[in-house]
Design a protein around this ligand. Structure first.
Ligand code: PEP
Ligand code: MN
Length: 335
């Protein structure tokens, strides 16, 4: 069973040596040891000496974990993830997170934010760092996009959900975002998962399912984030999972929304689960029906793409709702 030992930032190397002696492990390079960023050690060993490990100088925390995905399943369901505007994703009422695929300009994001707020959204989404399949496609405005999002938050009060694409961006994105999104293509970027999870800001995270990941792989990705939380001393998980469609043999839609994953994740992970019908559908006319299916399956919220003139959107135009369709979606949510 893994023992997780979080060392103080300035712990001396001798602390690790003493801890390993207590656990009968001859060296830090032993195959039973796994070091993560910033002094987090996982040791696969019996935990008889755990109390003594905790007393060692330089040890901030030491815990023994008990199953194959221990932190996601051990998290007591203390409700959901609370946003700065007070709305709780997973608190019982499905929340709508809406906004453009990419932030394109100040005016674009301000106008969409206002419209989304009036429609009933509880948070604004928008990418400033975009993972694009083609290296020639628009890649986002970077920090300028984050500044525009922050202005939209100031004007509307909507918290902002935006993606961190790389470990190098985490500090920057965390300065602006209310929720840090980890995209589908990064679900298995383990150093990134640990980095956002252990970020000292403790900012909430929205983790999207990899487009070819099994539910168990998704759960283990969540485990990396929660291991980061443990290292940072953040007790609440502040993590929501997002089902966004997976690749199957079916090609009529962009991806196949795995509606069944929603109750399975609720059973296995005790974290809020939101659904992204936009990326699954790939075409705007299918977004509302997929959203309805996700809600029926128990989704705690929806993440959707919307634009004032969706056909002109710089990314994901085909799947992006117009304001009328967004209002139709909200009517379905209310029902
Ligand atoms: C997004 O939500 O902006 C996005 C890029 O989605 P995904 O990572 O699910 O493809
Ligand atoms: Mn998109």
């Amino acid at each position: 069973m893994p023992i997780v030992i979080s060392f103080e930032p300035n712990a001396a190397p001798e602390s690790a040596k003493r801890v390993l002696d207590l656990l009968d492990i001859p060296s830090p390079e032993d195959g039973r040891c796994r070091w993560h960023d910033g002094g987090l050690l996982v040791v696969r060993s019996e935990s008889a000496a755990l109390d003594r490990v905790r007393q060692e100088r330089g040890v901030a925390r030491a815990v023994s974990l008990s199953s194959s995905h221990p932190l996601v399943s051990a998290t007591a369901r203390k409700g959901g993830v609370r946003l700065p505007n007070g709305f709780e994703i997973g608190g019982g009422k499905a929340g709508l997170i809406a906004g453009p695929c990419s932030v394109e300009s100040r005016e674009q994001v301000l106008e969409i934010a206002q419209m989304a707020k009036e429609a009933g959204a509880v948070a604004l989404r928008g990418g400033a760092f975009k993972p694009r399949t083609s290296p020639y496609a628009f890649g986002g405005l970077g920090e300028r996009g984050l500044v525009y999002l922050a202005e939209a938050r100031e004007k509307t009060g909507l918290p902002i959900v935006t993606e961190a694409l790389d470990t190098d961006h985490v500090d920057l994105v965390a300065r602006y975002a209310d929720v840090i999104q980890i995209g589908s293509r990064n679900m298995a970027n383990y150093p990134l998962l640990f980095r956002v999870g252990s970020h000292p800001s403790g900012k909430p995270i929205l983790l999207k399912r990899g487009l070819a990941a099994t539910i168990d792989e998704f759960i283990m990705a969540a485990e990396y984030v929660l291991l980061g939380r443990l290292h940072a001393g953040v007790d609440e998980p502040r993590l929501m999972l997002c089902e966004r469609g997976i690749r199957t043999f079916e090609t009529s839609l962009r991806f196949t929304l795995d509606v069944g994953a929603i109750p399975v994740l609720h059973e296995k992970a005790r974290l809020p689960v939101v659904a992204d019908p936009s990326h699954a559908a790939g075409a705007r006319r299918f977004v509302v029906p997929l959203a309805a299916a996700a809600l029926a399956a128990g989704a705690d919220g929806l993440l959707v793409e919307v634009h004032m003139t969706p056909d002109q959107a710089w990314s994901d135009a085909d799947q992006t709702l117009d304001p009328a369709l967004l209002r139709e979606l909200v009517a379905v949510m209310r029902r």
